[in-house]
Ligand binder design. Structure first.
Ligand code: NAI
Length: 363
């Protein structure tokens, strides 16, 4: 564990098992220096247990970077549930998960991620108050974070298109979207409303059909979408999609999408930079969802405030693009430097059980 390449500076990693449902879970807390560790709960079928550990460690560190970059008074953590979970055991599995989250006393706060839903988080809320992304009425803060994530990605695409293509509008801009799940579908709706032309792909043909019918998108096969000719590639499926092979095959000047951990390794960011592809660091562009969840848990912000905070993703990325250009460094390295400087400057947590509401009040 401690020698794991992704362990780095994690504060703690917790392993849980529920005998009744057979559920196994890992919760990784990367940092509570800026506040309680907030990050979603992923339900995924991992071929090997070791893959789940790698995933949770990479994701939790990514949450620290994301939350710091979004100026939130919270740290970074993540949970992975090792699926599959039988439909009849789902409720009990999420009750067990809720108890595990609660046992950490607020050091870790959960919400939805890939494979989990608002309904699952409602079940988690029966066992702990350290959960966000709960059902919300229209016009109020909270609920499914995906539309907020999609809105942030839209702002990021606008910033990247302005910086790289010198275009102030998305009208006529061609965007290739990989993954038409929660975020991908909302993103397609936002892009289409602004006149963008869409090329889309998903391993689920029904999702592709729906988006093509709704927005006049052109379908592409999952094994060709990363090499589609377009102005922007928006990866909105799973992580590690940008490696030497896929980067060499790219036919876009901009990569800007929602997926977490898009860079397969440390070389990928450098390679994108060398090839002149403008990359919007994932942990900056996809912060819209966590901005919404953090506001919901703080119980203070208005919807207008949340939307204004999400709009700032544009400015943040523009600054990163400019700095990367001036310093001739990759955008990912520049963004990570900014985030890690903020985290290190944060106080070591003496009261890690503070809720985001209390943390926000102290910020
Ligand atoms: P989701 O599970 O609803 O959607 C993912 C979609 O990708 C599914 O439709 C799936 O069929 C598709 N897919 C999987 N492999 C594919 C492939 N090889 N080619 C094409 N499509 C493929 O997940 P969601 O919530 O939309 O998240 C998407 C990404 O954004 C994930 O990486 C997630 O971690 C990240 N993210 C999501 C946030 C949210 O608010 N939901 C917040 C921040 C990041």
């Amino acid at each position: 564990m401690f020698d794991h390449a992704e362990y780095r500076d994690h504060e703690s990693v917790h392993a849980f098992h529920d005998a009744a449902t057979g559920l196994r879970a890992l919760i990784a807390i990367h940092s509570t220096r800026l506040g309680p560790a907030l990050g979603g709960c992923r339900l995924w079928h991992y071929e090997h247990e070791a893959d789940a550990l790698t995933d949770v460690l990479r994701l939790s560190r990514g949450m620290s970077l994301k939350n710091a970059m979004a100026d939130l008074p919270i740290g970074g953590g993540k949970a992975v549930l090792l699926g599959p979970v039988a439909p009849e055991a789902r409720r009990d599995a999420f009750l067990a998960f809720g108890s595990w989250v609660d046992s950490l006393g607020g050091r870790y706060q959960t919400a939805e991620d890939v494979g989990t839903s608002v309904a699952d988080m409602q079940v988690v809320a029966e066992r702990t108050r350290h959960v966000g992304g709960l059902a919300a009425g229209s016009g109020t803060v909270g609920g499914d974070p995906s539309p907020f994530t999609a809105l942030g990605v839209l702002r990021g695409i606008e910033a990247a298109v302005r910086a790289k293509l010198k275009c102030d509008s998305l009208d006529g801009i061609r965007v290739a979207v990989q993954g038409l799940g929660h975020v991908g579908q909302y993103l397609c709706a936002e892009l289409s409303a602004r006149g963008a032309r869409l090329v889309v792909s998903d391993v689920d043909p029904a999702r592709v059909r729906k988006v093509c019918e709704s927005f006049g998108a052109v379908p592409e096969s999952p094994d060709r979408i990363l090499a589609a000719e377009a102005d922007v590639l928006a990866p909105c499926a799973l992580g590690a999609v940008l490696n030497r092979r896929t980067i060499t095959a790219l036919r876009v000047p901009v990569v800007a999408g929602a997926a977490n951990n898009q860079l397969a390794d440390g070389n990928a960011g450098r390679l994108l930079h060398e090839r002149g592809v403008l990359y919007a660091p994932d942990f900056v562009i996809n912060a819209g969802g966590v901005i919404s969840v953090a506001a919901e848990q703080a119980g203070e912000s208005s919807l207008e405030q949340v939307l204004a905070d999400i709009d700032r993703i544009d400015t943040r990325l523009t600054e990163i693009f400019e700095r990367a250009n001036q310093e001739n460094r990759s955008t990912g390295v520049v963004a990570e430097d900014i985030a890690m400087t903020r985290i290190r400057a944060g106080k070591a947590s003496t009261n890690a059980v503070a809720t985001p509401a209390r943390a926000a009040a102290h910020a």
